[in-house]
Design a binder for this molecule. Sequence first.
Ligand code: GRF
Length: 223
Amino acid sequence: MIFWGAKEIMARIKLGVLASGRGSNFQAIIDAIEAGRLDAGISILITDRKDAFAIERAKRHGIDYLHIDPKEFKDRDTYFSHIADELRRRGVELVILAGFMRVVGKSLIEPFRNRIMNIHPALLPSFPGLHAQKQAVDYGARISGCTVHFVDEGMDTGPIIIQAAVPVFDGDTEESLSDRILKQEHKIFPMAIQLFAEGRLEVVGRKVKIKDYSVIDDALING
Ligand code: GRF
């Protein structure tokens, strides 16, 4: 008789990752999987840009990828319904927006309600939208950070899963603050995905309840 350990019988959650650019968050997720910190598999990387460096990362790690060009579709809903089909075809259970620079259409949000996660480089609801780090510097915020949230129809408005805070120093530029925040992004994105994989996230209204959760890391990371 063969006995399987709990980990072996637990099906790994299937991720579909959408990215537009350099893909450092995509890399952090790959690294967490390879290090055994994240019980997930990446079924597909989809990019909207042919030159996204994320594609190189997928190649290096033997991950399937697709470039789906929005220009080939008549509107946003047709584009995202095609993406939804590609994700469903591969049995994707959780969609990860890892630096995907497009507003997601409802043809993807509806079939994957509360199963799409995004990372935003600010402490939402402050500084939604583009150039969040520059917005924080220009505003004179003393603390900023990053947020992992589920995606809804609004711009960075979905239920918040985890946030991490960092200080903003005098003399910080958009670049220096972005670097500081990015280090935290790479920590909390895999954490949030792992919580989902363990079935510990429940969306209640606009809040996310985390089962059996006390403190993950330190006072500045809170989920
Ligand atoms: C990150 O700052 C993320 O918060 C934002 O876009 C950037 C993507 O960076 N949504 P990368 O492509 O993951 O390196």
